[in-house]
Design a binder for this molecule. Structure first.
Ligand code: ADE
Length: 245
């Protein structure tokens, strides 16, 4: 899978994607994440990528030419396959785990980072296949949002998390929040690890974890219970939690 992030600040992308799990995944060839400098597609010697808005008003707007030409050059190299072209904007579709899973099935994703007051509307209309928001708040630019997408998608690519780790028990993948985790020591300042986890009884441990995941979801995100796949036993536990309330 290839993710290309179009930005005027490629250093910001490289700094994050060169480290830790993403850095390792890149160097092992499991995923390609490239920053593409929009200034390389500017037309003047100052490498300008923004301009004042028609009609007046504060701030600057991202010019269409560098963005169109950058995307076209990447699509051209994509040899026939149609990449997804995401425009990062607080006005977009809200990003979530399901959206990450959808993107992880693509072979080529291009992400356009907005800066300044906004982007020229023709980019939104003609170039983007999706407009994406990572939440209801406004960032100074799309770079951090693009990195959130690249990170969440990369870890779903087989091999990226390594053989030991699985993303299948993640919060949200099961439709539920995660059960609590503990490590040594078994007693830290009088705070003891639940007995069952020390028992070595794998069936009991699995049962306890499922119950805890259901309880946590019930308490914090009851909305998730409407869509999570639940067994009859799960439903019985939720009924009990409801009765306790
Ligand atoms: N650019 C600025 N704020 C953003 C947000 N919340 N999500 C995506 N892109 C953005």
């Amino acid at each position: 899978m290839r993710i290309e992030i179009l930005t005027t600040i490629p250093e910001m992308i490289d700094a994050v994607t060169g480290e830790s799990i993403l850095g390792r995944a890149k160097s092992r060839g499991l995923i390609e994440i490239n920053a593409v400098n929009l200034r390389d597609f500017a037309h003047d010697r100052h490498r300008t990528t923004d301009d004042a808005p028609f009609g007046g008003g504060p701030g600057m707007v991202m010019k269409p030419e560098p963005v169109f030409e950058a995307v076209e050059s990447l699509v051209f190299r994509s040899a026939g396959t149609k990449p997804r072209v995401l425009l990062m904007t607080p006005q977009g579709r809200r990003f979530n785990q399901k959206f990450a899973e959808e993107l992880a099935r693509e072979s080529h994703v291009i992400i356009i980072c907005g800066r300044y007051e906004g982007v020229d509307e023709r980019i939104r209309e003609r170039l983007a296949t999706d407009e994406v928001s990572i939440g209801d708040y406004v960032l100074t630019g799309g770079e951090l949002a693009a990195l959130v997408i690249a990170d969440a998608v990369s870890r779903l690519i087989p091999g990226v998390l390594g053989d030991e780790t699985s993303c299948e028990t993640d919060s949200f993948s099961s439709g539920l929040l995660e059960y609590p985790q503990y490590t040594r020591p078994a007693d830290y300042r009088g705070m003891e690890v639940p007995e069952v986890l020390l028992s070595g009884n794998h069936a009991e441990i699995a049962k306890w974890r499922r119950e805890m995941a259901l309880k946590r979801t019930f308490e914090r995100r009851p909305d998730l219970l409407d869509t999570a796949p639940l067994t009859e036993e799960d439903k019985r536990i939720i009924n009990e939690l409801n009765n306790e309330k």
